[in-house]
Design a protein around this ligand. Structure first.
Ligand code: PLP
Ligand code: COI
Length: 358
């Protein structure tokens, strides 16, 4: 299938674009274009195009608006040290998009089409990559059920799209440590549910817990398992790692209830290559508190495409708060972040073939 280029409006003027790129924040500054591919049971994948970013017409009976059959991805395009542009492990996002699609009874977009849609959009809009430290083009591929039908069944039609957004740091204040609230009432996922899929519904269900975290003066929510309400799972939009005084690292295992993060996988790979002992194992919230108090646990951090590697300084529970490493970013956390970012930006050797140059 060939992509057509069908702009239907004027791009933003260069001086206006420069203004918007000064302090873009996260997810508010969008580029000039977007990618679209349609799917129907009758025609398969068809009508691939890059077009001007604009509102889309939707029938109010489009089934995504009623039954939330929707999935998405998150990835970044970076400006490399030598002036080139690259995506980081986009093949992994393509495969996770297929995994999410299967779980949500949606058609699987071939990896080649996923990659081509993202590559074409980045090439078209690469002037929107901010030059600032930490700046990147955040890509948001997503797909939703577009059949006009109110019966509950997998849609016979879908629209796949990619948006691009110029971003800086996800958290205000960059890499200073964040605080997290341990959700008491609300859980994110149970065995057999959709926790390992990147579907919009998971995020809708997390919003009340995230709102509670904010009202408790925290930056993010962390979820516990749905059965024992004891085992740490992940944050609303990030995986979590623990660093111990013996220099080892642990993170919850992929048991089907957490998102298999690509940043998580990259950190495990880099840490193992550096000779760090890493464990994928359950870690209980009461253990976390005890280990932080005894000094056995010295650092904790959250990781994801948007958040990169963000130190966790404070953990809040109804019975009180505890801090980790005096609430300051830890040395291992910063080392891991720096080694990951150096590869993503073309400043360190790419031993694993993760940097996908455009
Ligand atoms: N967990 C959740 C719930 C997320 O939304 C994300 C972000 O995509 C992650 C973990 C981290 O995944 P990745 O590293 O692939 O961005
Ligand atoms: C990401 O890191 O890509 C995410 O999806 C997290 C959040 C923005 C939803």
């Amino acid at each position: 299938m060939t992509f057509s280029f069908e702009p239907c409006g004027d791009p933003v003027a260069a001086n206006e674009r420069a203004q918007r790129l000064i302090d873009p924040g996260f997810g508010r500054v969008f580029t000039d274009h977007m990618a679209m591919i349609r799917f129907s049971d009758a025609k398969g994948w068809h009508d691939a195009r890059i077009t001007t970013r604009a509102p889309i017409m939707m029938d109010p009976a489009s089934s995504v608006l009623h039954y939330a059959q929707e999935i998405f991805e998150g990835m970044k395009a970076y400006r490399l040290a030598d002036g080139g542009t690259a995506l980081f492990r986009p093949e992994a996002n393509a495969r996770r998009f297929q995994d999410s699609a299967r779980r949500m009874a949606m058609p699987e977009l071939p990896e080649s089409l996923f990659l081509e849609s993202v590559e074409r959009l980045v090439r078209t809009d690469q002037d929107w990559i901010p030059d600032s430290d930490g700046g990147a083009l955040y890509l948001r591929p997503f797909m939703f059920a577009s059949e006009v039908f109110l019966g509950v069944k997998p849609s016979a039609e879908y629209l796949y799209m990619v948006l691009a957004s110029s971003v800086g740091a996800y958290f205000k204040g960059g890499a200073s440590a964040v605080s997290i609230w341990v959700s008491q009432h609300y859980t994110r996922a149970a065995q057999g549910g959709t926790g390992a899929a990147k579907c919009g519904g998971n995020y809708a269900a997390s919003l009340l817990a995230q709102k509670e975290a904010i009202s408790q003066g925290c930056d993010q929510v962390v979820f516990l398992d749905a059965v024992e309400r004891r085992w740490v799972e992940e944050l609303g939009g990030m995986n979590v790692f623990f660093v111990f005084e013996d220099g080892s690292l642990s993170t919850p295992a992929l048991t089907g209830t957490i998102l298999p993060g690509i940043t998580r996988d990259s950190i495990l790979t880099l840490a193992r290559a550096q000779g760090i002992t890493v464990r994928e194992e359950p870690y209980a919230i009461d253990q976390w508190r005890a280990d932080a108090a005894s000094g056995k646990l010295v650092e904790a951090f959250a990781c994801g495409t948007a958040a990169v590697v963000t130190p966790i300084g404070t953990v809040a529970l109804p019975e009180g708060r505890f801090t980790i490493g005096g609430g300051e970013p830890g040395a291992m956390t910063l080392r891991i972040r720096d080694s990951l970012v150096a590869i993503q930006r073309g400043l360190a050797p790419d031993a694993n073939g993760w940097v996908h140059r455009l």
